[in-house]
Design a binder for this molecule. Sequence first.
Ligand SMILES: Nc1ncnc2c1ncn2[C@@H]1O[C@H](COP(=O)(O)OP(=O)(O)OP(=O)(O)O)[C@@H](O)[C@H]1O
Ligand SMILES: [Mg+2]
Length: 235
Amino acid sequence: MLQVQGVSTYYGNLQILHDVSMEVKEGEVVTVIGANGAGKTTLLKTITGLAPPRLGQVVFQGRDISRRPANEIVGLGITLVTSDRDIFPEMTVYENLLMGYYPRRKDKDGLGPGLEQVYTLFPRLKERQQQLSRTMSGGERQMLVIGRALMSAPKLLLLDEPSMGLSPRLIAEIAQSIQHMRERGVTILLVEQNCGLALSLADRGYVLQTGQVTMNDKAANLMTDPTVKRMYLGG
Ligand SMILES: Nc1ncnc2c1ncn2[C@@H]1O[C@H](COP(=O)(O)OP(=O)(O)OP(=O)(O)O)[C@@H](O)[C@H]1O
Ligand SMILES: [Mg+2]
């Protein structure tokens, strides 16, 4: 579905990604793990057109999208959930979800199935649908931004650090919803500093170190790899 081929991305003269290659197949959950500043968010920005690569290509469903504008890339079916959990604070939960549907507003399927799917995945959002979204807790906001992204019926969902700053109980809830999305066949690229969590959810993983892919393997193999254990899983 997605192939990143030999991508180098710069901010001005500063090179962040060095010849990065990776891929995501349809129906897979793939994770990119790495420390602070490794370039994980930059990789997501490269894929979504927010930080186009200087060298290399991003191919989505056979099309080179590396130099397409970000709004076109969303239109092709790649939706990014950023780590800042930006919502429309003065709108209700329901209205925020509607905003996610906006790119598909001409679909003849209508709102129904997507909204029901989001409410099934996140019953909390259904309970709180009339609540002003600025009053939602951190974990609930994370559910809301993922739910809003799903309303656009993405072919590929990119998640940037969904566990960041959440309590263990909420992390478990988010993990469960990622598991459920995976069971429903949503293709996901998950970027995380919480490497144990990410590897437990993913089929395959890539290790990004100072802008370079240093390892890639099945998630189960990475989880037991001595180097990964030492560097990312606290021994
Ligand atoms: N707009 C920008 N201009 C210049 N440098 C940037 C910009 N955005 C990020 N960087 C730098 O690029 C490097 C990689 O940042 P990036 O946000 O991709 O890392 P990350 O792996 O997502 O880190 P974290 O886990 O902390 O979110 C960092 O050194 C960062 O300071
Ligand atoms: Mg980041």
